[in-house]
Design a protein around this ligand. Sequence first.
Ligand code: MF3
Ligand code: CO
Ligand code: CO
Length: 302
Amino acid sequence: MLAGQRLLGESDAVCRYDWQRSRNPRDRRTTESGERIMLQGKRPPILSATERDGVRAAGRFNGQLLDFVRPHIQPGTTTSELDKLVYTYTMDHGHTPACLGYMGFPKSCCTSVNEVVCHGIPGDYRLRDGDIVNLDLTTNVDGWLGDQSETFLIGRVSDEARRLTQCAFDCLYLAIGAIRPGGRVADIGRVIVEHAHEQGFSVVREYVGHGIGRQFHQEPTVPHYPSRQAFRDFLYPGVCFTIEPMINAGSRETMLDSHDGWTVRTRDGKPSAQFEHTILMTESGPEILTPTQLGPAPGHRF
Ligand code: MF3
Ligand code: CO
Ligand code: CO
């Protein structure tokens, strides 16, 4: 999601968390001025037990879809062939790809190769030895959304690309390990920036993780660096969101393709890697809603 993009948030009526009785003093403050409301940010929906089962089912299917496409991510395959597999498998199971037609996006998934940071449009490009490609899948299952991505190494890749992919993967799991019920969204960005910088890499700021549920992008905004707003936003049980760090080998600056209006590239042309999970914060800690059977598990070495 584009940082700072106006969120088409669900109305506060949808939010059943009792903010008046919250133990967080910031939530108890009366909101006399518009400014104060701005400072507090919008509140994320807090999912009920049944709603949680909705996002769980969506996440589970999304993970199965990724495992279905996984063996096809090989040298010689075009990104539009991958897109077709995503579309067909999803529709055959009675679901819909959430990307297709989302704000005019023309395909069913995003395929981001090498210097493409995110939102790459599947097309005629043929994957080849030495590429890294991120496949980002989002499915609508009975009105609930699951969203995840992995970066794949195609054949033998440079040491830099491999270390970069490792770093993005480790950043995702470090962030999941750093959050707790009622904790701050800023805990995510704090550990990601720390680890990426330690590895000599940079963290993209213009694109962020996001609340997810019945809508693709909603509150909270989940930056992969510790923003001011992220210190004010809390991950209460029932909040559902993504973590999706984009890590650059060179500088963190990005550039939007002015012709297609979607493809985001690194400004310096150096590679970028990303991993994403949909997470539900529960009373006992974060639950990964988009697990895979065949993908890399925490601790994996690329
Ligand atoms: N899946 C991306 C995300 O993680 C969003 C893709 S939007 C699209 O937020 F329109 F490009 F598909
Ligand atoms: Co996402
Ligand atoms: Co995604």
